[in-house]
Ligand binder design. Structure first.
Ligand code: ADP
Ligand code: MG
Length: 399
């Protein structure tokens, strides 16, 4: 039975209710920030490369009020996080640091408070409610950081620079969540706009909107509902391997390396490092070509690049998994599908499929019945919106 993704107003209503339950008053500030799906350009952002994400109608909402003193109390409505779901701490004064602590989820809030670009910040009470699946590769983390930052802007305005805001949120994730992420997620959460993907140059931070408003086109997001536990250690390892490859090539980053240069240096690096670098160099090229193809309406070409991207993530970068591979293969068997790939960091999470609108129901059915692992939340979206969810969101098996 198909069900709707809740409208933002419904998420705000849920957050308001929880706020009233916890604090006995109405919140004065209500903000939100979107999750995102990356159409192509995976593991390129921390290599100074290009990415092509799109903001979603899946959002994180923060509602709250300023506190008279320095105390901060936050409650999350999300039941997928470790207890407790209510956290209190003191807003540090005189610029002293706010260290990470327990529970882990609150570090996304602490980090944003720490890196906020204006002072002094008052204490506050806030409730978080969200429709972005946690750990599903749709960037619930950046959407929480950016929503939190936007909330703080209402309490103590900063200079309003959107790129600096994204960078502050990225810093929060680095220092407080311990994830050395690139800038893509935060930038699209700040700058994403309806009916557009964003081509982001992660070196210059230049953002070019790419229109995506063809009504005959649908972007289908499929959640494998698995999240393998190796994610934590594998991400920094990949990052390190990329830096090693760049250093062997005598480059500041893989953005500046060509395939010819990589081939020439193959004897001077191990096979794994070579494969990682090969993925990144080619993926950066695919992303630029892909954005051009989308602008021209060449969906066949874009779809082909998506498949190349998936295969490269599977074979060279080794961040896919059985469940994601099966979902992609199933999608590609359906008439009207242009292309499909894993999206996000990998080892579980979601796939993204570009297809003709008339093929959506067929694709969903086929992916559900063919893939042994294809379960749970299936989202159909187009034009930067996600109008429909199908199936329940199951708990993810680990392993
Ligand atoms: P992704 O960004 O792909 O969803 P991450 O592992 O980067 O996955 O971020 C997920 C983490 O972000 C969660 O485990 C939790 O700590 C935090 N988080 C995201 N959204 C919320 C929320 N609504 N409430 C509390 N914590 C959240
Ligand atoms: Mg994240």
């Amino acid at each position: 039975m198909a069900s709707r993704v809740p409208a933002v107003s419904e998420v705000v209503e849920e957050a308001r209710r929880l706020f009233e339950q916890n604090f006995g008053s109405r919140p004065e500030v209500e903000v939100c920030a979107p999750g995102r799906v990356n159409l192509i350009g995976e593991h390129t952002d921390y290599n100074d490369g290009f990415v092509l994400p799109m903001a979603l109608a899946l959002v994180t909402v923060v509602v709250g009020t300023r506190d008279a003193g320095r105390s901060v109390t936050i409650v999350t409505a999300n039941e997928d996080v470790a207890e407790p779901r209510r956290v209190e701490f003191q807003m540090p004064n005189d610029g002293s640091p706010l260290s990470p602590g327990q529970p882990g989820w609150a570090n996304y809030v602490r980090g944003v408070v720490q890196h906020y670009r204006a002072s002094p910040l008052p204490g506050f009470k806030a409730v978080i409610a969200s429709t972005v699946p946690l750990g599903g590769g749709l960037s619930s983390s950046a959407s929480l950081e950016v929503a939190m930052y936007t909330f703080l802007q209402q309490l103590q305005p900063d200079d309003g620079d959107p790129v600096a805001k994204a960078v502050a949120c990225q810093q929060a994730e680095h220092t407080h969540a311990g994830v050395p992420c690139g800038i893509m997620d935060q930038l699209v959460a700040v700058l994403g706009r309806k009916a557009h993907a964003l081509l982001i140059d992660c070196r210059s931070m230049e953002v070019t909107p790419v229109p995506l408003s063809d009504p005959s086109l649908v972007i289908l997001i499929t959640n494998s509902n698995v999240r393998h536990s190796l994610t934590g250690s594998e991400y920094p390892t990949r990052r390190k391997q990329c830096m090693e490859a760049a250093s062997v090539l005598g480059k500041g980053s893989l953005r500046d390396a060509t395939l010819e240069e990589l081939e020439g240096a193959r004897g001077r690096m191990d096979e794994v490092t070579y494969s990682r670098a090969r993925h990144v160099i080619q993926e950066i090229q695919r992303t630029v070509r892909g954005s051009e193809a989308l602008k021209r309406g060449s969906y066949q070409e874009f779809g082909k690049l998506m498949v190349e991207s998936h295969n490269s993530l599977r074979d060279l970068y080794e961040v896919s998994c059985r469940e994601l591979d099966e979902l992609v293969l199933a999608a590609l068997e359906v008439d009207g599908v242009f292309g499909s790939r894993m999206t996000g960091g990998g080892f579980g999470g979601c796939t993204v499929t570009l297809l003709q609108a008339h093929a959506v129901d067929r694709a969903i059915l086929h992916m559900k019945t063919t893939g042994r692992y294809a379960t749970g939340l299936l989202l159909a979206g187009s034009s930067g919106a996600v109008p429909r969810a199908e199936g329940g969101h199951r708990r993810r098996p680990q392993g």
